[in-house]
Write a protein that binds this ligand. Structure first.
Ligand SMILES: NC(=O)c1ccc[n+]([C@@H]2O[C@H](COP(=O)([O-])OP(=O)(O)OC[C@H]3O[C@@H](n4cnc5c(N)ncnc54)[C@H](OP(=O)(O)O)[C@@H]3O)[C@@H](O)[C@H]2O)c1
Length: 302
């Protein structure tokens, strides 16, 4: 016998239409994913902070996918009410979330000691908390419909300790573990959960950190970086075929295998050694100049 809640849910979903929610869908990998999902016939809700760039993205996508409904919401996903704002938008427009793509993340390339006190919760909020909150909000509906997909955008950086991006790499390791656990929790529910592990992708992402134009023109960067469209294609196919872990591109696949074979401490050392060539700047390190705010210098003799 079907539980009453499920009957009510199925009645509601008869009137609503499925939508693909992509956080950070205005540019980079999020935009490429939006394009790929729209090509497959999905309506979209794209969330990002900048309303102008969302509007431009919407026009760009509508020109390519005339029959699709493309909704946008200008919202900082780290805000306390972000999840409810997103849910309200979805419902008021007559949709339910059938595919959730947790794509937003923040990156920085500096030692932890130079981050401000507000940088730390902001980065953890963007890279960890917001994704979990969205899963918590939309997974129950997917389970009751016995249908849905969740794509968590991780990074190969989660597979090794990255000096200069310690919070980023550890947040992506957290996300990877969380996603694999979620796969087990959703087994046999009809909901499929995948982890996307890109290597280096040619987007604006790294400009918020320190990857300079010098780094961008670096041969190593050019050798390993792939285009967002290639990531989106692999992600879409992987998600639809229920792959647990999706690693786009040969360079990232080879690196992932190599990382599985070496101790984390060696990978950390190698990354710190290679990153100046990759990024065009020295590996960030804590130094004596980075005085902690609670250290007060006491004159000798007092
Ligand atoms: N690029 C790479 O090399 C690479 C490699 C591995 C993994 N990844 C992962 O791929 C994902 C996307 O990276 P990307 O390179 O495509 O980034 P990107 O080009 O910088 O795009 C970031 C997107 O997220 C939005 N965004 C950022 N902060 C937000 C916030 N607080 N609230 C709402 N929206 C926000 C941005 O729009 P607004 O600025 O308007 O908010 C933009 O749409 C991330 O999870 C990243 O860790 C990237």
């Amino acid at each position: 016998m079907t539980p009453t809640g499920a009957v009510q849910n199925s009645k509601i979903t008869q009137m609503l239409a499925p939508i693909t929610l992509i956080t950070g869908g205005s540019r980079g990998i999020g935009l490429a994913l939006a394009d790929r999902f729209a090509l497959a016939g999905n309506d979209l809700l794209l969330v990002a902070r900048d309303a102008d760039s969302l509007a431009k993205t919407r026009q760009h996508l509508l020109a390519r996918h005339v029959d699709r409904r493309i909704l946008t919401l200008a919202c900082d996903v780290t805000g306390q009410d972000a999840t409810e704002l997103i849910a309200a938008k979805v419902e008021s427009e007559g949709f339910y979330v059938d595919i959730l793509v947790n794509n937003v993340a923040l990156w920085s390339y500096e030692p932890i000691v130079t981050l401000t006190a507000t940088d730390i919760p902001r980065l953890i909020g963007a890279n960890i908390t917001q994704g979990i909150t969205l899963v918590h909000r939309f997974l129950p509906g997917m389970v009751s419909r016995r249908h849905g997909y969740i794509l968590n955008v991780g990074s190969l950086a989660g597979a090794f300790p990255a000096a200069g991006s310690a919070l980023y790499s550890s947040s992506k390791a957290f996300l990877a573990t969380l996603t694999l656990a979620l796969q087990r929790e959703t087994a046999d529910t009809g909901v499929s959960v995948s982890l996307l592990l890109p290597g280096v992708v040619a987007t604006d992402f790294t400009q918020a950190g320190v990857i300079s134009n010098q780094g961008r023109s670096n041969i190593l960067f050019k050798l390993v970086a792939i285009e967002p469209a290639a990531v989106a294609q692999a992600a879409y196919l992987g998600l639809m075929t229920k792959q647990g872990v999706i690693v786009p591109g040969l360079a990232a696949q080879a690196l992932r295998v190599a990382l599985m074979m070496v101790p984390a401490s060696f990978a950390a050392w190698l990354y710190a050694a290679v990153s100046p060539w990759l990024f065009g700047v020295p590996t960030p390190k804590a130094s004596i100049n980075h005085t902690a705010p609670d250290v007060v210098s006491v004159p000798v003799g007092e």
